[in-house]
Write a protein that binds this ligand. Structure first.
Ligand SMILES: *[C@@H]1O[C@H](CO)[C@@H](O)[C@H](O)[C@H]1NC(C)=O
Length: 380
């Protein structure tokens, strides 16, 4: 007669008179588990403590790698050749939609809003940005743009003093020019992590947050312009701040702040001399992913620290997104973060703006005539 009780007891170390506390504990646990926020937290914790970054390198391009032109093929080989233990996959303009539907449709994360936006977006660069975040959220691994060359094997990307298990994302500094942080045009771009190469474990809340921010932003732009998502028009700065490096950087700083329990801002990464892990997000110095820029003290590609080389040949997109260019003085970005040059640009602009409207028009007309004459001379 005792055997069944004992058997039961081996599963639940409680006697029958203690079943009520067990029941209460179960109810509390259920409520806890039903709270999706806490479920998310569980997923996040397990991904922080669990194992390795997925051994997979991801790219996206118009065509599949068997049809890459020589230049792209050589860069892709730099990744695959140096990392034989990694798998490699390229999403293309033909198979990206299928991928997004599989992972974010009803059989996956069930996010019809994301599938809808991805399907209807026509702005290529926004789509390319969004796709990398979707992949990194769904599966994680190594993201690298088509025009980026691997200089070192991926094993070198995590300095020895870090345990891969205690890190769930790796990013590198791209721009570190805080002296320009108050500049009207350059300010928002003056401090950022790069998103042409970064590494994630899957299902990071920070990636989902970024995706959600983009969906909300695009929805807002479409409403503002009173157009469907497919027809919205975006200028250069909107691309940078909406899906590009600024959006990426801001969401990462916010995530770090959350994980650390206090505000983490760019100050933590200014003049970074050594890689630094903040709340499990490893930040590499500017030379790692963005050497040779001629600004941000980014050095060159010859040193031991440079891990990748960005060739920029796929960066023709700004021409599709209007960039602020003054009729007299052009783009301040052309100064490439040279303080003297930026100060001159600012001073010229201030002087010009103090002129009467009539005088301004006159000078613009003179400049246009000069430019046209020079173009004709060069052309002929
Ligand atoms: C930017 O402006 C703030 C507020 O006026 C000031 O405290 C800060 O020193 C300025 N930063 C730079 C780099 O000029």
């Amino acid at each position: 007669m005792h055997a069944p009780v004992q058997h039961f007891g081996s599963y639940f170390p409680f006697r029958s008179r203690n079943r009520i506390p067990v029941l209460i504990a179960c109810i509390i646990l259920s409520i806890f588990l039903l709270n999706t926020g806490n479920l998310g937290r569980f997923a996040y914790r397990s991904s922080v403590t669990g194992g390795h970054f997925p051994r997979k390198i991801w790219q996206s391009w118009k065509v599949d790698p068997l049809n890459f032109e020589e230049r792209d093929l050589n860069l892709a080989r730099s990744w695959v050749g140096k990392n034989p233990r990694y798998r490699y996959e390229v999403l293309t303009d033909q198979n990206d939609m299928q991928y997004v539907e599989t992972y974010f449709g009803p059989e996956g994360f069930n996010r019809p809003d994301i599938v809808y936006v991805y399907r209807h977006l026509t702005a290529k660069i926004i789509k390319a940005d969004l796709l990398r975040y979707l992949i990194m959220y769904a599966e994680g691994g190594v993201w690298t743009d088509i025009d980026v060359e691997a200089l070192k094997p991926l094993d070198f990307f995590i300095p020895e003093r870090y345990n891969e298990k205690s890190i769930d994302m790796i990013v590198g500094v791209e721009i570190d020019e805080p002296e320009f942080s108050n500049h009207t045009i350059l300010g928002p771009k003056s401090q950022s992590f790069c998103q042409w190469t970064f590494i994630c474990k899957p299902k990071l809340p920070v990636m989902l947050q970024l995706i959600n921010n983009i969906i909300i932003w695009l929805d807002g732009v479409a409403r503002e312009q009173n157009k469907p998502i497919s027809d919205i028009e975006l200028d250069f700065d909107q691309v940078i701040s909406g899906t590009g490096p600024s959006a990426f950087t801001n969401v990462i700083l916010a995530e770090m702040s959350k994980r650390e329990g206090h505000e983490v801002n760019w100050h933590t990464f200014t003049n970074l001399r050594e890689s630094k892990s903040v709340g499990g997000i490893l930040v590499l110095t500017v030379e790692a992913f963005a050497a040779g820029q001629g600004h941000s003290d980014s050095g060159n590609h010859d040193g031991k620290i440079a891990l990748v080389k960005h060739h920029y040949h796929a960066s023709g997109w700004p021409s599709n997104h209007h960039r602020y260019s003054h009729p007299m003085f052009g783009e301040v970005e052309a100064c490439n973060w040279n303080m003297e040059c930026v100060q001159k640009w600012d001073a010229d602009l201030a002087e010009f703006e103090a002129l009467s409207e009539e005088e301004q028009q006159k000078r613009i007309a003179v400049k246009e005539a000069e430019d046209a004459a020079r173009a004709a001379q060069e052309g002929g």
